[in-house]
Design a binder for this molecule. Structure first.
Ligand code: FAD
Length: 194
């Protein structure tokens, strides 16, 4: 699976999986788009919540925001790009009084389930690159709908997500953690996966 990392050679630097990579090798927005913007002279307000987009004569002309400390901040600009995620972007636009037939509609979620299996041999699922392998063999189970399998991380910390029946059963699962493998199942349409 293609991974969005630089300088994260498997087994050498990134042999132990974790959500936040130790050497910051993940090429996140902060390391790519925002770094480029900073190089081009952009200024940032951090820990500041955009409260509404300012609109004049049908055009966005700025943003009103509030800092974590409660101070108001106002930015005037020629173009406004909102990138508050799938939930908060439409919320910001609606708070700003903007309306059209698409704002706040068409949200798509892709459900993910996880199945774990206990194997005879030791696997040590906390080692290695996380989410490194996938299979889309069953992608077209029913027309355009199918399922994609993806290896998931499974660490000692994550074992808190193991099912709880009683203490004895939980101990049974934890004792077998080194022989446990997790697999995530992405349910999606072929169009969404393309
Ligand atoms: C558990 C999980 C696992 C995932 N795994 C993968 C994966 O393996 N591969 C993959 O490709 N994708 C994965 N995704 C999806 C991926 O994380 C998202 O698609 C992606 O982060 C969306 O980016 P975005 O910039 O649109 O929004 P976000 O990353 O959600 O960023 C929105 C930002 O806006 C900020 N914000 C919200 N409201 C305001 C406001 N009013 N003012 C100022 N800031 C605001 C939020 O704090 C946030 O920082 C995963 C998502 C989840 C939840």
């Amino acid at each position: 699976m293609p991974r969005n990392v630089v300088g994260c050679e498997q087994g050498k630097i990134c042999g132990l999986l974790r959500i936040r990579l130790r050497n910051w090798s993940k090429q996140s927005a902060a390391k790519t788009w925002l770094a480029d913007a900073q190089d081009a002279g952009a200024r940032f307000y951090v820990e500041t919540r955009a409260e509404r987009v300012l609109v004049q004569a049908g055009s966005a002309v700025g943003v009103e925001a509030r800092t974590k400390g409660g101070q108001r901040a106002s930015v005037r600009c020629q173009n406004v790009v909102t990138a508050c995620g799938a939930i908060h972007t439409p919320a910001l636009l609606l708070r700003s009084g903007l309306r059209n037939e698409h704002i706040g509609r068409h949200l798509h979620l892709h459900p993910v389930s996880n199945v774990t299996g206990i194997f005879p041999e030791e696997i040590r699922p906390w080692e290695g690159t996380m989410q490194a392998v996938y299979s889309d063999q069953l992608r077209f189970l029913s027309g355009n709908y199918g399922v994609k399998f993806e290896t998931t991380r499974f660490s000692r910390q994550r074992s808190g997500g193991a099912p709880w029946r009683d203490a004895q059963h939980y101990r049974f699962l934890l004792e077998r953690l080194p022989r446990t493998v997790g697999s995530g199942h992405w349910c999606e349409t072929a169009k969404a996966a393309a």
